[in-house]
Design a protein around this ligand. Structure first.
Ligand code: F3S
Ligand code: F3S
Length: 107
């Protein structure tokens, strides 16, 4: 089991969650952040600090966000388990599902 970041993070990327994670497993993509499911220890510290309630325990994901369990996991297909988000920094790109989402209108 793992915690999962879902749609409300896209294009917002508040990053309050990053400072709370004791194992540094919340990684930055271009349009959202992703939790590395093999590194997450289910501590839950990140979940209450997200201002838009983008973070859920995997079993508690609302139905409309159910695809985000795979979105978070598959983001790491290429990079695997880097072991420290702050050490490797932002990872260029996004999961294809996220990359294809329409951008919110600006101005
Ligand atoms: Fe995203 Fe919320 Fe973290 S908006 S970066 S999941 S604090
Ligand atoms: Fe970190 Fe949140 Fe998991 S704080 S260990 S990503 S539950």
């Amino acid at each position: 089991m793992t915690f999962v970041i879902a749609l409300p993070c896209v294009d917002l990327m508040d990053k309050a969650c990053v400072d709370e994670c004791p194992v540094d497993c919340i990684y930055e993509g271009d349009r959202m952040l992703y939790i590395q499911p093999d590194e997450c220890t289910d501590c839950g510290a990140c979940e209450p600090v997200c201002p838009v309630e983008a973070i859920y325990y995997e079993d508690d994901l609302p139905t409309e966000f159910s695809g985000f369990t795979a979105v978070n996991a598959e983001f790491f297909t290429t990079v695997g388990s880097p072991g420290s988000a702050s050490r490797i920094g932002p990872i260029p790109g996004d999961h294809p599902y996220v990359a294809a989402l329409p951008h919110k209108a600006t101005a």
